[in-house]
Design a binder for this molecule. Structure first.
Ligand SMILES: Cc1cc2nc3c(=O)[nH]c(=O)nc-3n(C[C@H](O)[C@H](O)[C@H](O)COP(=O)(O)OP(=O)(O)OC[C@H]3O[C@@H](n4cnc5c(N)ncnc54)[C@H](O)[C@@H]3O)c2cc1C
Length: 388
């Protein structure tokens, strides 16, 4: 059974997954380089750019493919099986484009100008919101990055952490405290702006290939029209964010790759104490069955919530708890599945000769992407307690 085909329902999805499989093969070849340099290889960006991957979620009126949430998850899961770090990185970009295309948050002229660049030049963007003092922005801390009014412009000053793809992005969406408005908002900033600097700080256990370095803003001049979002009012982001499911899709893709590699190993490894490959041994079969059971539970939940998101747009705002639950279940499942895969393979799984140790390190990072487990559990508890 090809697990990547399991949730493919039509010819369009089949073609999308097959095309992504070829890209996954290409980016997989550069995993060693990404791991060594703790950065996202520019060659990966070029390969994806050539296939117009960065406009997959852009509205069709701009020449994008306007992928549904379900289709977006299918391709991201497939890409992640080749390289989780590449998938997580470009997943942020595609998610942002999806959110902006569908929710019409930005001033029309600014979005029009930006969307045309995504379509024609495949420019790459990411939200850079985390800071050392505030930690995860989902906790509600006020950014220490400040925007100070200067004529028709703002001057941005601050330091952002965890800036995925920092060195290869064309644009950053930067959160800041805006002094004259006494509120938090976000600016669209070109990565070439004078005063913007990337500091190579990313030296992590997992997801090394995301190159999530620090970005420093030193009185960066930004036109007031590029203040694209405020935390309240018309440009405020909606609370239920379906596109965030690119995170669970990514970690489940890594888990499927680990599961597939473990099964291949089990079918081919025959120690001289056995007359058959280890795939015939009961405890190995038990672990294989457990991996598939866990993947089936997490994936069917994720794709079911995505279907609901796509088919019932009027109910999206009520899906917040389900979306959050998918993330918690998927990232924990991915950790459990990779753990089982490594138990199947045994001590060899620790060797860099195989990919298991990297899968193991990469899925660990999923626990620290939003929303964090404690917030999800609390959200569910509050919802339950609010029932009459
Ligand atoms: C691979 C990867 C890619 C990322 N990419 C991006 C990106 O592109 N853009 C971006 O902006 N960010 C990005 N992030 C950052 C991410 O969103 C978080 O900001 C970051 O992981 C820190 O979150 P944290 O929960 O570990 O840390 P913190 O928020 O600093 O928390 C540290 C500890 O304190 C606890 N804690 C903190 N505040 C509270 C509170 N109010 N109540 C209860 N407990 C609290 C937490 O539970 C945790 O145990 C990325 C992270 C990773 C791992």
């Amino acid at each position: 059974m090809d697990l990547f085909q399991m949730y493919v329902n039509n010819e369009k999805q089949k073609a999308l997954v097959e095309k992504t499989a070829k890209l996954a093969e290409k980016v997989q070849k550069r995993v060693g380089m990404a791991e060594e340099t703790a950065s996202l290889p520019r060659e990966n960006i070029e390969d994806l750019r050539k296939e117009k991957y960065f406009s997959l979620t852009l509205a069709e009126s701009y020449g994008g493919k306007a992928l549904s949430l379900y289709d977006f998850l299918l391709v991201q899961e497939r890409l992640a099986a080749g390289d989780g770090a590449t998938a997580l990185s470009v997943g942020w970009h595609l998610g942002i484009i999806k959110e902006l295309s569908e929710d019409h948050l930005w001033n029309h002229d600014v979005f029009d100008w930006f969307a045309k660049q995504v379509a024609s030049d495949q420019v790459l963007v990411n939200r850079i919101a985390s800071e050392a003092a505030t930690g995860s922005p989902t906790r509600g801390g006020i950014p220490e990055t400040k925007a100070v009014r200067d004529g028709d412009d703002y001057l941005l000053t601050g330091r952002k952490t965890f800036a995925t793809m920092a060195s290869v992005l064309d644009y950053y969406i930067i959160s800041a405290y805006i002094e004259d408005k006494e509120t938090v908002g976000s600016f669209l900033v070109s990565s070439n702006s004078p005063g913007v600097r990337v500091e190579k700080t990313w030296d992590t256990l997992g997801m090394r290939g995301t190159g999530s370095d620090d970005v420093i803003f030193d009185e960066v001049r930004v036109d007031q029209n590029l203040l694209v979002e405020l935390s309240t009012g018309q440009t405020a982001r909606k609370s239920a964010k379906g596109w965030l499911l690119h995170i669970p899709a990514c970690y489940l893709g890594i888990a499927i790759a680990a599961r597939n590699d473990a099964i291949t190993f089990a079918k081919n490894f025959q120690p001289n104490s056995l007359h058959t490959p280890i795939a015939e041994v009961a405890h190995i079969q038990q672990k294989i069955g457990e991996m598939d059971l866990k993947l089936m539970q997490a994936r069917s939940f994720m794709y079911q919530v995505a279907t609901k998101w796509d088919e019932e747009p009027e109910k999206r705002e009520q899906l917040g708890a389900e979306l959050a639950a998918v993330k918690t279940i998927a990232t924990n499942t991915a950790n459990e599945v990779v753990d089982l895969a490594m138990r199947i393979v045994g001590g060899r799984g620790l060797s860099k000769e195989y990919r298991f140790e990297q899968y193991y390190r990469d899925v660990r990072a999923g626990l620290h992407n939003p929303p964090m487990d404690d917030m999800v559990i609390q959200l569910l508890a509050k919802r339950a307690l609010a029932e009459d």
